[in-house]
Design a binder for this molecule. Structure first.
Ligand code: FAD
Ligand code: SF4
Length: 512
């Protein structure tokens, strides 16, 4: 009996459920590079290179195990350029008795998969994606009947369930969360270790040439591409992080520095999200470092919380709330995404730095995404659809299941508080405290009105004033709303007029 097994570009794991029970003698694994997946949003060139190169390397890995792989390259003249089209073409060619796939990570693709059996006329099994540490059913069970779906409580349950950083029934170090210790300002003299670089081999170089040719108009640079594209490289990158950067990950986790988006971060999201790296392996490696005395608990707990907590939680929220989640716009934001999100041409040094990092590396760390580009979008009231699309395009680790809740929920508060208990709105003071951006900026972070006033200051108060009715009812936002109420009304009016003039200038195409 021949089984046709379909593998997608983010399913590159030896243990993926589509390969369960694989019979190398008779089964065929279909892997297809399709234009539809590269262009449904115009992904950063680095992301396309990463996925196609990792797919080609994974196909080699399977062939080395004696598996028959039917690999459809992007420039194959018969390529139909959709996953469904390639599945149907393979069914016609190989006449399998059944089709097996692992559920897609994105809602739109899973919807499509649900019609495969009818379209092909062949029994089709869509298996759960067991590479995640919380299944859809488990998340639904956790969420059922809860008034609030706070990540912290989900995370504790995940720690217990997987026995990570637990001493019997108690959390290691007698505390679940060490976040309060993780907000330090990095001294200018501090030099983070150099991150490992994976030189593109001949396979990756061929993909780079293909992408430069086929997707020339897409955002981003390919120069210096050095991301891990195999499981072996992903493990080397993890080991390097655990040995060299983990111990200080917690301390500097929230700090942002010009020209260095990585600092002490792990740089493993692309490997986790393509399937090259197992999330539990990453958590256990960090825990082992703590148990051996090589890294402190605040760093290790902070790292584990990102993976076992946040990563699984955002996926749970996505599948619990889709497709409606993708339409939420609780704050009624409608403003167009300013051009400087693409060009980086702005006098706001923080925005220019993050866009430059993003263009060059298809990477920015969490606080850059949340508190710079995300914060600006929140304060300015940018349309969530456009912001969502930008984030999905520009990052090499972007897949809708993880990108959308982070953008709509965390950054924009567009879900009205499903994920975050308050909007992550901040003025220039926060950015000045947690970065070196303001010292190199044409604006003055200490002023909120006048020619050189930092836009994050007057936009912040304009945001609080615009939404004061709604925010006043939120205990965590009561303080800024009260402060606004105590301000001189003339000053508030001046800041709001300055915000309005700022938006007029953006709309007129001026460099702001
Ligand atoms: P580290 O900071 O070293 O953290 C380790 C790992 O924890 C990451 O690799 C990631 O897998 C996980 N993690 C940390 N925070 C989160 C989170 N909030 N949600 C999910 N996983 C998390 N992450 C993506 O993988 N894809 C995205 O498209 C994406 N979009 C984002 C958009 C916004 C607006 C924000 C605020 C965050 C987004 N994140 C996204 C989460 C986070 O910023 C990235 O996972 C992280 O920056 C990746 O870099 P790293 O591997 O160096 O992470
Ligand atoms: Fe950003 Fe304002 Fe600081 Fe400039 S002064 S870098 S605009 S926060």
């Amino acid at each position: 009996m021949t089984t046709l097994r379909i593998l997608l570009g983010d399913q590159l794991s030896d243990g993926v459920s589509a390969l369960d029970g694989l019979e190398p003698a008779t089964d065929i694994v279909l892997m297809s590079e399709v234009r539809g997946e590269c262009t449904y949003v115009r992904h950063h060139k680095r992301k396309i290179v990463l996925v196609l190169s990792a797919m080609r390397h994974f196909a080699d890995r399977l062939r080395d195990r004696g598996v028959r792989v039917e690999y459809v390259a992007l420039d194959d003249p018969l390529n139909t350029h959709s996953i469904r089209g390639e599945m149907l073409r393979a069914v016609q060619r190989f006449q399998p008795q059944r089709v097996v796939a692992t559920e897609a990570g994105e809602w739109r693709l899973l919807q499509d998969m649900s019609g495969w059996q009818e379209a092909s006329g062949v029994p089709t099994e869509i298996a759960d994606d067991t590479r995640f540490l919380c299944s859809h059913r488990q998340f639904r069970h956790w969420a059922d009947g809860r008034r609030e779906l706070r990540m912290e409580f989900f995370y504790r349950e995940m720690r217990r369930r997987h026995g990570v950083l637990m001493d019997q029934d108690a959390p290691a170090g007698a505390r679940w969360n060490f976040d309060a210790e993780n907000r330090k300002r990095m001294p200018a003299t501090k030099r983070p270790p150099v991150v490992p670089s994976f030189e593109p081999d001949a396979r990756t170089q061929a993909v780079m040439a293909l992408v430069e040719r086929e997707f020339a108009g897409h955002f981003g640079d390919l120069a210096g591409f050095d991301l891990p594209v195999t499981a072996e490289q992903a493990i080397l990158a993890l080991d390097h992080f655990v040995n060299e950067r983990l111990a200080e990950f917690g301390d500097w986790q929230d700090f942002m520095r010009s020209g260095d988006p990585v600092l002490f971060h792990a740089l493993i999201s692309t490997s986790l999200n393509t399937g090259l790296l197992d999330p539990l392996v990453a958590c256990r490696a960090a825990e082992a470092a703590w148990r051996q005395g090589a890294a402190p608990l605040n760093a290790v707990e902070g790292f584990v919380r990102q993976i076992l907590g946040w990563r699984e939680y955002v996926r749970g929220i996505y599948w619990l709330r889709m497709p409606d989640y993708g339409k939420l716009n609780a704050l009624g934001a409608t403003r167009k995404l300013p051009w400087f999100y693409w060009s980086g041409e702005t006098r706001m040094n923080c925005m220019a730095q993050v866009v430059a990092d993003t263009r060059a590396h298809a990477y920015a760390h969490h606080i850059q995404r949340l508190m710079i580009t995300g914060n600006f979008a929140l304060l300015a009231g940018l349309d969530p659809d456009q912001v969502d699309e930008w984030y999905l395009i520009v990052y090499a680790d972007a897949y809708e299941w993880v990108e959308m809740p982070n953008v709509r929920g965390m950054a924009l508060f567009a879900d009205g508080g499903v994920m975050a208990s308050k909007p992550y709105a901040a003025s220039g003071a926060y950015i000045n405290r947690m970065s070196d951006y303001c010292s190199g900026c044409q604006y003055d972070v200490r002023t909120a009105v006048g020619e050189n006033a930092c836009p994050f200051n007057f936009l912040y108060w304009d945001f609080i004033a615009r939404h004061q009715e709604r925010l006043g009812g939120n205990p965590r936002m009561a303080m800024p709303v009260r402060t606004l109420g105590r301000m001189d009304p003339q000053r508030v009016a001046t800041m709001r007029a300055q915000a309005s003039a700022f938006f007029d200038a953006v709309d007129a195409g001026a460099i702001v």
